[in-house]
Design a protein around this ligand. Structure first.
Ligand SMILES: Cc1cc2nc3c(=O)[nH]c(=O)nc-3n(C[C@H](O)[C@H](O)[C@H](O)COP(=O)(O)OP(=O)(O)OC[C@H]3O[C@@H](n4cnc5c(N)ncnc54)[C@H](O)[C@@H]3O)c2cc1C
Length: 362
């Protein structure tokens, strides 16, 4: 099923999806399998699997010289997607990158995924420092927008070469969005304009970069809506789990950490306490987003699922969770919230339409 169909089908009850990363080259598959199995009880309608371009590494030789090595650290995105689909019966969302792949390689990969029955893709640029030289006769997508155009064209039966009677694909296209702007964008409006162009080119939904202040997300969505972006924008959350996140998250993801969160992490006595603060913060953010009507939340868990499981148990303990279905007996959990008001109005018949669900099924 397509992500946009899941969003419509699940309107009115909290559903959670997750993003995982394939194991490092040569690492045991069992670990990621255990990670998937620990999230399955929370009924994720889809699971994203990251993709990574080849990186350049330098290995020191015995004679003191260096050997250049180019390799992908974490291959296996498509194999993992096949396991998610056929072993766990969950829709996988492979990430497809511009960087490090030619358009010809991308077309081949999309044909493989189409044959595998994969219906959703998240199209992103990747890190442009991993762009590789393009051989003659090959071409590359520079921006995610170019990749959206390529997949949209395939959805209309247009491949790189003109083919007679080519079969159209039917991929549901997801793209990235940045509540605090992409670090290379001159300002938020520029980024929003790019997002609008992705929608116009055929994107069906967006998932945001992680954020720790819900106001950033809500402001961003308001600005995106004002700019004519109607596709669902799914909030992406990451649980703070180590003190190192204080520097790593702003450095890698360019996110601003609220004073209160920083103070509480600094005051934590050990790693266990840091993790508890992180889970509490994610809990508060999740409730805040639900209060604002966002009933589909996406969590970046990579391979460490235990904080996520603790968060879900906590939400479930409060009667909120992906297995929770509002009923006439239990019509709402957030006194005075929009969610509660609408459920009460509707006598608990679960017809709440979250503001992010608009009719955009491709
Ligand atoms: C939900 C999510 C999942 C991710 N998954 C992965 C992953 O699996 N693997 C990975 O390597 N990385 C991943 N990333 C990181 C992502 O690859 C980087 O953030 C990357 O730097 C930008 O990707 P993008 O798709 O937003 O790029 P783009 O949309 O191409 O934008 C990149 C920059 O260029 C600008 N820009 C875009 N189009 C144009 C244009 N036509 N002309 C001029 N400027 C333009 C934008 O404003 C932006 O500043 C993910 C990010 C998110 C939010």
């Amino acid at each position: 099923m397509k992500v946009t169909e899941h969003l419509v089908q699940n309107a009115g009850q909290l559903r959670v999806s997750v993003e995982i990363i394939p194991p490092k080259r040569g690492a045991r598959f069992q670990r990621i399998q255990d990670a998937i199995e620990s999230v399955i009880p929370f009924n994720p309608p889809f699971i994203d699997v990251t993709s990574h371009s080849a990186e350049v590494m330098w290995e020191e030789m015995k004679d003191g010289t260096y050997r250049k090595i180019v390799k992908r650290k974490s291959p296996g995105t498509f194999g993992l997607c096949a396991a998610i689909k056929y072993k766990y019966n969950v829709d996988p969302v492979p990430h497809i990158l511009c960087s490090g792949f030619t358009r010809e390689e991308t077309e081949d990969a999309l044909i493989e995924l189409n044959y595998l029955g994969v219906e959703n893709l998240l199209l992103i640029r990747g890190d442009s420092k991993y762009d590789k030289p393009i051989r003659e006769g090959r071409s590359a997508n520079k921006y995610a927008l170019d990749l959206v155009c390529q997949v949209s064209a395939m959805n209309q039966g247009k491949y790189l070469d003109e083919l007679i009677d080519a079969d159209a694909t039917h991929f549901c296209i997801g793209v990235a969005a940045y509540p605090e702007k992409h670090f290379e964008a001159p300002n938020v409006n520029f980024d929003i304009d790019i997002l609008k162009r992705k929608q116009d080119a055929g994107a069906h939904y967006a998932v945001t970069q992680l954020f720790y202040n819900n106001d950033h997300f809500l402001d961003f969505v308001a600005r995106a809506r004002a700019a004519g972006i109607t596709m669902p924008i799914i909030p992406g959350l990451k649980i703070f789990t180590t003190r190192e996140h204080l520097t790593v998250l702003p450095k890698i993801f360019h996110t601003d950490l609220p004073d209160e969160l920083v103070d509480r992490i600094m005051a934590a006595r050990d790693d266990r306490e840091v993790r508890q603060v992180g889970i509490e913060w994610a809990h508060r953010q999740s409730i805040g987003l639900m209060e604002a009507g966002y009933m589909h939340l996406h969590y970046y868990i990579m391979q460490n699922t235990s904080p996520f499981v603790q968060l879900m148990e906590r939400l479930r303990g409060a009667g909120i969770g992906s297995i929770y279905l509002p009923s006439a007996k239990n019509p709402g959990l957030w006194p005075g919230s929009q969610v509660q008001r609408e459920l009460i109005v509707d006598q608990g018949r679960c017809s709440l339409v979250c503001p992010e669900v608009v009719s955009v099924i491709p």
